[in-house]
Design a protein around this ligand. Structure first.
Ligand code: NAP
Ligand code: 8YV
Length: 317
């Protein structure tokens, strides 16, 4: 039996690449495959690192049936265009929830207790001249989770152990959730002094955290963004951090990765990570395996394991 042709638009995890090679004929876009090879491509292994999967790329792949994303967020893929072309899209939900939640809590504590600054203080030999300045605290705070999905709930479970109040906003109030729901990001920010963003990126959530939301968060407020850079108006955030509209921010994601604005790099009241949410060896391996299993399921006729809602209707035909 011939092996299905798969396109990989940009280098991915070696273990995922090896698994693809075992099951499929793999074409690397960076090797400039010829149009005849692209015409045979039936599947794609996409990732946020690979640039946008959009009408232009779909147009080069007339036989494409499925795009399997390496990542739970799929704002890198034009899913509306995929749906129109009858292309199924899958992502990697669930397998990274706990890892990303661990990172979110680490980033929150690092930002509030100024852990990177304290580490730099010790390394610079400054402890011998006197103690590190006292930091803000998590004690007594109310934490708002913007996007109480799989990862948001894993963050909430951890926060319960930290004995803080928890609230959330999503488009819909969820049954059976013990935390109060607020009808907008601004209302949530107004009621909280920590805001953790963990909702999908893309057009629908662009700049949901804007100058008004940051004003509502207030001068003791801390923003943690582990969602996507696009959900925050970065210029408004920089202004809010500079003029004391909010206290501090912990950022894992940015508007134009891997570029980080100079203004943020120069600030002392931010902790900056290079999009590390799921970036442990074990979790990235699990994500790669789920991506490969989605492709394998599709081509074996069993169907993909984790299709995204926008293209699920294609599987019901
Ligand atoms: P999920 O289970 O689908 O949850 C998404 C949550 O966001 C849902 O509760 C949803 O609730 C809410 N939401 C969706 N649209 C919204 C809107 N317009 N306004 C307010 N809330 C909205 O997804 P997940 O697995 O938790 O992942 C969430 C996101 O985290 C991903 O899409 C990705 O962008 C990001 N992420 C980042 C990293 C990292 O490395 N930093 C790693 C993994 C994921 P409603 O439907 O009720 O609105
Ligand atoms: C990855 C992510 O960094 O799953 C997501 O949505 O943002 C992260 O887990 C990314 O997908 C790697 O391409």
């Amino acid at each position: 039996m011939t092996r299905p042709d798969i396109l990989v638009p940009a280098p991915i995890l070696p273990s995922a690449m090896e698994a693809l090679e075992r099951a499929f004929t793999v074409h690397r876009l960076w090797d400039n495959p010829d149009p005849a090879a692209l015409a045979r491509v039936r599947g794609m292994a996409a990732s946020t690192l690979a640039g946008r999967v959009d009408a232009r790329l779909f147009g080069r792949l007339p036989a494409l049936e499925i795009v399997a994303n390496f990542g739970v967020g799929y704002d890198n893929i034009d899913v509306a265009e995929a749906a129109v072309r009858g292309v199924v899209v899958t992502n990697t939900p669930g397998v990274l929830d706990e890892e990303v939640a661990d990172l979110a809590l680490g980033l929150l504590l690092a930002t509030l207790r100024r852990l990177p600054q304290a580490d730099a203080f010790v390394r610079a030999g400054r402890w011998q001249q006197g103690p590190f300045p006292l930091s803000p605290s998590l004690r007594g705070r109310r934490v708002g989770i913007l996007g109480l999905g799989g990862i948001g709930k894993a963050i909430a479970r951890r926060l319960e152990g930290f004995a803080v109040e928890i609230a959330y906003h999503g488009r819909t109030r969820q049954e059976g959730v013990p935390y109060p729901w607020f009808p907008s990001a601004e209302a949530l920010a107004d009621a909280c002094d920590v805001l953790i963003a963990i909702l999908p990126g893309g057009d629908a959530t662009r700049h949901v955290i804007d100058a008004r939301v940051l004003r509502a968060l207030g001068p003791e407020g801390v923003l943690v963004n582990v969602a996507r850079g696009s959900v925050v108006d970065e210029a408004a955030l920089i202004a809010a951090l500079q003029d004391g509209t909010i206290l501090a921010a912990g950022l894992d994601v940015y508007a134009d990765e891997p570029r980080v604005p100079e203004a943020l790099l120069a600030m002392d009241n931010v902790v900056l990570l290079p999009h590390l949410g799921s970036a442990s060896e074990a979790t990235r391996r699990a994500m790669g395996q789920l991506m490969v299993d989605n492709l394998a399921g599709w081509f074996a006729g069993r169907g993909p394991l984790t299709p995204v809602p926008e293209t699920r209707f294609l599987l019901e035909k």
